[in-house]
Design a protein around this ligand. Structure first.
Ligand SMILES: [Zn+2]
Ligand SMILES: [Zn+2]
Length: 578
């Protein structure tokens, strides 16, 4: 069987194509079409290559027309894309690798090439160290320092996968192992189980009687998606999957299941703290169990490890040695928010801006999910590549929603807008239109390079507008691609608290912004938190769980998240502090 091209690979090819076309100064709508396609493909629940092989019509997918469907089929069949090869060939050498560095992007890559003749990443690092970038527009000291850091990190460590990308490679493998004869459980431990936003590799734990271990190992190393077997032993093997992810398998007997699961879930710091407690009690805790002398006293179930020390069970997302052990000892652990707590989605785009479905179609998907409401938050006019709405179009959309609402009965379509925060902190839509909305999202989409003080002021000034309700993706980072812009998050949190504004955890797996640390900071400051998917399609609405993962890592409970409430209560929560 031919090698199956993974969705993440197809998406990466489209993203790369968009970057290179942008360097060439291609039509921005064309560039955008490839970016949207990359996003759609990355979010597909099934493998596009499988669909193409089965003769399904890919052109029916959101953001994919006939032309893109043809390109996907070409990639699926040959592993290559002729257009990408052509564009790569005519792109100056080295530029295509420079553009792929997070935080650089096509515009900066082009400047580096045109102004300085930078030819490769190594060349770029040398120029930075020689100070050649000083005074170059768009390359502030901080940006340059970050670039160098990124280049150095890249040469010293292997790449990390976004959780969503790791999941699409890891889950089918884990399900395969779970289905083998004699296997009691197969579970992915490590940072994956702690739901970190990126993972380096995955640790799969398979629990079975010793007599099945050899068969499990054989099945693992000969799995269809394995590119290369790095190591193979009776209880421990390592493979590299075709998507590039490294997977480690540990086969453990049922008597050690809980101890192994605890041990391999980590984090390292959490485990060290647990082991230190064990030593104090004269016990030993390792991946095989908890021992008093030579006698195993726990280890079959993970909960028992905690119970041994008189602690409540600690959810994996909290195991970072950030106070969870003390909280578990004194019964003060948070009751973490779950997907089931969510009553509606607060961030969604339609075909009025850069989404793929109409308002009614998006609302229908949300209603079928069992939600009580969906907020429509199309872009405002400044985001012209996304066909953002001006006052006239937004007013028309508000009227349209009012009319549509009659058809939807108890399910509510909330009227909102993702309004651009302009460089001076003004909002991109006038107040007399904003006041017609149920609530207003504010977002920074350009001028990311402002210095910390100015960027922070810009956002706080926007919050001063009494219609401003929720700050969207507060740092603007795109994981593995664009660093956060420089803001003083503590000041932003304090300002939001004072004004009664909420801050978003953007659930899109590329964003997850706020991150876990900021989410916890916001909660502790008493700031309300919204979780929105930033959906641009039906699939996009399914990304809520990644936002929940991040929220749980930030210690959030249902009461900390505003969209766990029914609309009447949510409406009250969105009211500003007078
Ligand atoms: Zn946005
Ligand atoms: Zn958005």
């Amino acid at each position: 069987m031919a090698k199956l091209i993974h969705n993440t690979e197809i998406a990466a090819m489209f993203d790369q194509l968009a970057d290179l076309l942008e360097i060439e100064g291609a039509n921005r709508f064309r560039v955008r079409a490839y970016r949207n396609a990359a996003r759609e493909i990355a979010n597909l629940p099934r493998q596009a290559a499988d669909m193409a092989a089965a003769g399904e019509d890919l052109a029916a997918l959101p953001a994919i027309g006939d032309d893109l469907a043809g390109k996907i089929a070409e990639i699926a069949a040959s592993g290559r894309l002729k257009l990408l090869d052509e564009v790569t060939r005519r792109t100056p050498a080295g530029l295509s690798e420079i553009v792929a560095l997070p935080g650089i992007g096509p515009k900066r890559a082009k400047i580096l090439h045109d102004k300085l003749g930078v030819k490769s990443i190594a060349d770029l690092a040398a120029r930075i160290k020689a100070g050649s970038l000083q005074g170059l527009a768009g390359f502030g000291a901080r940006t340059v320092a970050k670039m160098l850091q990124e280049i150095e990190a890249r040469s010293s460590t292997a790449r990390r996968f976004k959780l969503h990308d790791a999941e699409s490679q890891a889950e089918p493998l884990c399900a395969h192992l779970a289905s083998l004869p004699g296997v009691e459980r197969a579970i992915i431990a490590g940072s994956y189980r702690r739901r970190k936003e990126t993972v380096g590799d995955i640790d799969i734990l398979v629990t079975c009687a010793a007599k099945h271990a050899a068969e499990v190992t054989r099945s693992f190393t000969s799995y269809l998606e394995v590119e290369r077997v790095a190591a193979s032993g009776p209880t421990r093997s390592t493979v590299i999957l075709r998507g590039g992810l490294q997977a480690d398998l540990r086969v453990v007997p049922p008597a050690s299941h809980g101890a192994a699961l605890h041990y391999f879930t980590g984090s390292k710091d959490h485990n060290i703290a647990i082991r230190a407690m064990a030593v104090k009690d004269g016990l030993k805790v390792n991946e095989y169990g908890a021992f008093l002398g030579a006698k195993q006293i726990a280890g079959r179930r993970e909960e028992d490890i905690y119970r041994l020390f008189g602690m409540d069970y600690i959810e994996p997302e909290l195991r970072e040695n950030g106070g969870e052990i003390e909280a578990a000892k004194s019964g003060r652990l948070p009751k973490l928010v779950t997907v089931a707590d969510i009553r509606g989605d607060l961030h969604a785009h339609t075909s009025a801006s850069d989404g793929t479905l109409t308002i009614a179609e998006m609302a229908e998907v949300a209603r079928r999910k069992g939600y009580d409401y969906l907020a429509i938050t199309d872009h405002s006019k400044r985001v012209s590549v996304a066909h953002g709405l001006d006052e006239k179009r937004l007013n028309a959309q508000i009227d349209e929603i009012d009319k549509l609402q009659e058809r939807f009965g108890r399910f509510r379509i909330l009227k909102s807008c993702e309004v651009d925060i302009l460089s001076d902190g003004k909002l991109d839509i006038t107040d007399d239109t904003l006041k017609r909305l149920d609530f207003v999202y504010g977002a920074v989409h350009y001028n990311f390079e402002l210095p910390r003080e100015k960027q922070t002021e810009r956002i706080i000034r926007a919050m001063d507008n009494r219609h401003f309700s929720i700050l969207a993706h507060p740092t603007g980072r795109i994981i593995n691609r664009r660093p956060p812009y420089d803001i003083d998050m503590e000041r932003i949190v304090a300002a939001a608290r004072q004004r009664g504004c909420a801050i978003e955890i953007n659930a899109h797996p590329d964003r997850l912004d706020m991150n876990d640390v900021h989410a916890r900071m916001a909660k502790e400051a008493g700031v309300k938190i919204a979780i929105g998917t930033d959906a641009h399609s039906a699939e996009g609405l399914e990304m809520m769980r990644y936002g929940i993962d991040q929220a749980r890592r930030g210690w959030l409970e249902a009461k900390d998240v505003i969209n766990t409430r029914a609309w009447p209560e949510l409406r009250k929560l969105l009211k500003r502090t007078p």
